[in-house]
Design a protein around this ligand. Structure first.
Ligand code: DGL
Length: 275
């Protein structure tokens, strides 16, 4: 692994595109490969073992394509697979430098500072919420912050199938937001802890009103990645800088292309691959 390589950005489906969009704004000079495992999405309700297996397959694929750094732009993968990949799977790799980073750690580093009441609401997939990752990480960075969580198992399927704006879709979203709010009147900050959710941020903002701020992770992850590269020259100098971005999906490419537009706000041409 002596050549320069791109940055891989992985998600179970389209959600990671909301993170990629912000990374491209913050760090346009690098080369990127986006991989969405749309054929097997959603990951949210899958077991630890399966999420680990699928995520590792994607990471290995991106590594074989020459990536030096892979961002798991998926909270479910970050919660259920990242630690094992970093501590066990990559430990045996002699190919250095190759790193995999997630989206939970960079988010929890700053979440505590965003809340005036020290009370934060987390909305995520069943897998992310059940893993307790946000509570565990926030305990390290902001031990005084109370974390209130609500799983939203229907949101990713609704967004992936473009039904989040139907009457039923909106009702399902409202129900989960009200469940979160009913757990504490002190919540003044809500984190959209799933990379699919920025697509419905306006709806969530309408439901909660102006007194509660609703935060999406894309800009946070992009800024933290920038800082990571400034701190880690051994990695930064291994990244190619051609300003390119290619898109891979395990779904039919034409399906991905048309749906990806609303996440990335630009037309793209993806290539279908098998993991
Ligand atoms: N975008 C993924 C996340 O951030 C969605 C997971 C899923 O496929 O359910 O968790």
């Amino acid at each position: 692994m002596n050549n320069l390589g791109p940055i891989g950005v992985f998600d179970s489906g389209y959600g990671g595109l909301t993170v990629l969009r912000e990374i491209l704004k913050e760090l346009p000079e690098y080369d990127y490969i986006y991989l969405g495992d749309n054929a097997r999405a959603p990951y949210g309700n899958r077991s630890f073992e399966v999420v680990h297996e699928f995520t590792l397959e994607a990471v290995n694929y991106l590594k074989d394509r020459g990536c030096r750094l892979v961002i798991l732009a998926c909270n479910t993968s970050s919660a259920k697979a990242l630690r094992t990949i970093q501590q066990i799977d990559l430990k045996h790799s002699k190919d250095e430098p190759f790193r995999v980073l997630g989206v939970i750690r960079p988010s929890t580093e700053i979440i505590g500072d965003l809340s005036k009441n020290n009370c934060v609401g987390i909305l995520g997939t069943e897998g992310t919420i059940q893993s307790g990752s946000y509570k565990i990480e926030l305990e390290k960075f902001s031990p005084n912050t109370t974390v209130i969580q609500q799983a939203c198992p229907m949101w990713v399927p609704l967004i992936e199938s473009n039904q989040h704006e139907t009457a039923i879709g909106k009702k399902l979203i409202e129900n989960d937001v009200y469940k979160l709010l009913s757990m504490s009147p002190a919540i003044d900050t809500i984190i959209l802890a799933c990379t699919h959710y920025p697509l419905i941020i306006n709806h969530v903002r309408e439901i909660v009103g102006e007194k509660i701020q609703v935060v999406s992770q894309g800009p946070i992850v992009a800024k933290k990645l920038h800082e990571y590269l400034q701190r880690n020259e051994f990695m930064e100098t291994k990244l190619s800088k051609g300003g390119s971005c290619s898109f891979l999906t395990t779904e039919k490419a034409s399906v991905f292309n048309s749906a990806a537009k609303q996440f990335l706000k630009q037309a793209i041409t993806a290539v279908q691959i098998r993991l």
